[in-house]
Design a protein around this ligand. Structure first.
Ligand code: SAH
Ligand code: F3S
Length: 489
């Protein structure tokens, strides 16, 4: 998801929350310490912040030290087999820690919990608690069940957005940018994808609670929010409930329903000093209205993450993607026309079942047409329970998948470099986020297009918008020198 970062283990994810952050009542000395580790999409990282909030209300403090924890929670990803293997390996590490501290409890959250349900307890003896993405409010009760030595599993999926009333605790945040979820679940049923099974049906969040969360972030000094959903363009608020039940809504509900472009303009209008991003867009649902709203408001970032998965119509059909390559090109053309300096990124899958050399060459051709700024590229991984797993045999050999994936990655690197080079000698507006990994004397921030820029710190501070002149680049990073504080955003 958007910039759809599928990170593997982020060791720095969890921070020790300063004690003065909460009311004394909440943090009176406690032995209840939770360590939370997250994998997978941004939605999982956002969900972990909700879980942190729920547990703090239940008397926990957050720790980033595994050996200090009385409870370890791992927020898991099922999107590819490799993601699940990583989690299993981590559970082995937790097991060795538990050997030294038998009172410590281990809970599994997220998509693997939902996929495997109570089977998890049988397969992994170390696991005490299994909780799916819609059941996090039940964690305190489940922990009680663990204490009482009862089975602690809740994988019920919900019809409601579920967490709109919870103020997430920002974990290891840079204090500058934050995720705000706007929809949960997905109704699209792409044949390769496990998400509709693990995250349930699509539902949208009340715009009032979205605005409240952003207002809260603004008051805390945040400068950028990313509106999150599996498929943001299909946002639909008609008073609550599943998207698929919209047809049963009253005439008034239908007339006053809010769609994504409405939400986007309300947010942009309400927070003119905050950069707004969103992710992920699905080509079949992205409307020209959204592109026009982006053009209208300077604070909506000119970047669209627009996964296409394949450049072949035959494969798109087998994937149950509801658009053709021709329609995708039309959408790209509209973006280029309405927002000439928009960054565009993608997700691509190499070696979907039955993919021929010709299909693969069409993917490379599509990439040449769009020349994406960056992308997330994967080899097809069969997921149990999906339509593809049931109906189409995973017939592309691993070495061919790898070969095709490498060609796709190589092409992307070439295009990323091409895109970076277009900025040489130009002045870009950067929001300073953190110290650069390259050097402690450099800041790192991003342009609206989501390109990373590093430059000497001088007297600038995080959270400032600065004008930076670009002097050199790599395929992934622009390197420059700050000129002045920007009056752009
Ligand atoms: N709409 C979602 C997509 C989630 S999955 C979002 O918000 O990002 C993210 C990406 O993982 C997909 O776009 C796809 O490229 C990749 N992916 C999903 N299932 C996969 C599978 N079975 N094998 C390989 N890649 C997969
Ligand atoms: Fe997955 Fe397709 Fe939804 S990739 S998350 S089923 S849009």
């Amino acid at each position: 998801m958007g910039a759809n970062e599928f990170k593997s283990l982020d060791k720095n994810l969890v921070s020790e929350i300063p004690n003065n952050h909460y009311s004394n009542k909440l943090i009176k000395k406690t032995s209840k310490r939770v360590y939370i580790e997250s994998y997978g999409c941004q939605m999982n990282f956002a969900d972990s912040e909700i879980v942190a909030s729920i547990l703090i209300k239940d008397g926990y403090t957050i720790t980033k030290k595994l050996d200090k924890a009385s409870l370890i929670l791992i927020n898991t990803c099922s999107i590819r087999e490799k993601a699940e293997k990583t989690v299993r390996k981590r559970l082995e590490v937790f097991e060795s820690i538990k050997e030294k501290n038998s009172k410590m409890k281990v809970g599994v959250m997220g998509c693997m919990a939902e996929r495997l349900k109570r089977k998890f307890l049988e397969e992994e003896k170390i696991v005490d608690l299994v909780v799916g993405p819609d059941a996090y409010k039940d964690i305190p009760r489940l922990l009680q069940e663990v204490e009482n030595e009862n089975e602690a599993v809740n994988v019920l999926l919900s019809k409601d957005e579920t967490y709109g009333d919870i103020s997430p605790i920002r974990l290891n945040s840079n204090g500058i940018s934050a995720f705000v979820s706007i929809t949960r679940g997905c109704d699209n049923m792409c044949t390769f994808c496990v998400v509709p099974f693990t995250r349930g049906r699509e539902r949208s969040r009340d715009p009032k609670s979205i605005l409240k969360e952003i207002e809260d972030l603004k008051c805390k000094g945040y400068k950028e929010v990313t509106l999150l959903g599996q498929n943001v363009d299909s946002y639909l608020w008609y008073g609550g409930g599943l998207k698929k039940d919209f047809k049963k809504a009253s005439i008034i509900q239908r007339k006053t329903a809010l769609r994504f472009h409405n939400l986007l303009s309300i947010v942009a209008e309400a927070f003119p000093k905050i950069r707004i991003r969103f992710s992920t867009s699905n080509p079949q649902d992205m409307s020209v209205e959204v592109i026009k709203i982006m053009a209208k408001y300077k604070n909506i970032c000119n970047h669209i993450h627009l996964p296409v998965q394949s450049g072949s119509n035959r494969i798109l059909k087998k994937m149950n993607r509801q658009h053709t390559i021709q329609e995708y090109f039309k959408l790209i053309d509209s973006i280029r026309e309405i927002l000439p300096d928009c960054g565009i990124s993608h997700d691509m899958i190499a070696g979907f079942p039955t993919e021929t050399t010709e299909d693969h060459l069409n993917t490379l051709k599509l990439m040449d047409y769009v020349k994406y700024d960056f992308g997330f590229m994967f080899a097809y991984s069969e997921r149990p329970g999906t339509l593809a797993a049931k109906k189409i045999s995973d017939d592309i050999e691993d070495n061919i998948k790898k070969e095709r994936l490498n060609e796709i990655i190589k092409k992307q690197q070439k295009h990323s470099l091409y895109r970076s080079q277009q900025y040489l000698g130009k002045i870009v507006c950067v929001l300073i986020e953190k110290i650069s990994k390259k050097s402690e004397y450099f800041w790192s921030g991003r342009t609206q297009q989501n390109t990373v820029v590093v430059f000497p710190k001088e007297n600038y501070k995080t959270g400032e918008f600065v004008e930076v002149k670009i002097k050199s680049c790599t395929s992934a990073t622009l390197i420059g020198k700050a000129i002045k504080i920007s009056n752009r955003i």
